[in-house]
Design a protein around this ligand. Structure first.
Ligand code: PDD
Length: 286
């Protein structure tokens, strides 16, 4: 069966989908996106992703081409049309396609925003990486300063990930002014003496939907949480480290810049948080 995608109001086979060469998402990364996980054909943390989408849109004065209720229906239709059981949905809203390339934004009354959604399959529950954990490399954070807005300007994170792969790592942790900001596409945590430490929310990092849920579950499970800055050196001396994202849940980190974390295998707190997260999110899926 060919994949069905959603483009500007229509469900079409992926091979027939078209967007304009003048689309500002394509020309200027003038677009915001969300990735929502699907397990058992249902959406995880949908409300959180939609709230963040609205925030990204409003921070960039971009109009939404559909209502948030319509978005839920489009997500559900796409799941059904693609028989998606486990994986996710990628959603992108762009500032549309004016007649000419111009740094100034077009008037939204004249140029409607564009919207694209597509599904992808990915094993989320049984993930081999969970047993092994990932190795990360540190690299300077050279992204723009509004990382709280989920834009499609992903060249630097993509570059950082490639540098990490060249070093035999699966991901990079970005570092600014001596402190870890986040991973290329995930939030970063360390655990020391039972305390879960992660950077506080600001414009420096994406406000992860998984992060919010993980911290809430950790507190509910009587674990200690500290939202503060930490360095690579502190991370290398931690008992555990892990990252969170919609498509990775909580993934243990076992090595940072060649230094083994804890005993070099996924830590108990990381594993426990993943278990709780998986169980609770599946219960609440819609
Ligand atoms: N990335 N930080 C960054 C820079 C991210 O790109 C992401 C998500 C996160 C985690 O956010 P959440 O828990 O809401 O998924 C943190 C998605 C998954 C992606 O780009 O594919």
């Amino acid at each position: 069966m060919s994949q069905i995608v959603y483009v500007n109001g229509e469900f079409v086979p992926a091979a027939e989908a078209k967007v304009s060469v003048f689309d500002r998402g394509f020309l200027m990364a003038d677009a915001v996106y969300e990735v929502t996980s699907v397990v058992g054909g249902k959406l995880l943390a949908f409300d959180g992703h939609i709230e963040r989408l609205q925030r990204s849109l409003s921070e960039l004065e971009m109009a939404s081409p559909v209502t948030m209720d319509e978005l839920l229906q489009i997500h559900r239709d796409l799941i059904a049309k693609n028989n998606l059981e486990e994986g996710g949905i990628y959603l992108q809203v762009t500032r549309g396609a004016p007649d000419a390339r111009d740094f100034a934004w077009p008037d939204p009354a004249e140029v409607p925003s564009g919207i694209v959604l597509f599904t992808f399959e990915k094993p989320l529950i049984d993930s081999a990486i969970m047993d092994a954990g990932i190795k990360v490399m540190s690299i300077a954070d050279e992204r723009w300063g509004r990382r709280d807005i989920k834009t499609t300007q992903l060249l630097y994170p993509s570059f950082a990930k490639m540098q990490a792969k060249k070093q035999g790592c699966q991901d990079a942790w970005l570092v600014e002014d001596g402190y870890v900001t986040e991973g290329t596409a995930n939030n970063a945590y360390i655990v020391k003496d039972g305390v879960i430490i992660t950077r506080e929310l600001s414009t420096d990092i994406l406000h992860g939907i998984t992060r919010a849920a993980i911290l809430r579950f950790a507190i509910e499970a009587q674990m200690k949480v500290e939202e503060r800055l930490f360095t690579i050196e502190e991370a290398q001396n931690a008992d555990e480290a892990f990252v969170t994202s919609a498509t990775g849940f909580a993934q243990p980190v076992i090595e940072i810049d060649g230094a083994q974390i804890g005993t070099g295998v996924p830590g108990d707190i990381s594993k426990r948080l993943r278990e709780i997260y998986t169980e609770e999110m599946i219960k609440a899926a819609i």
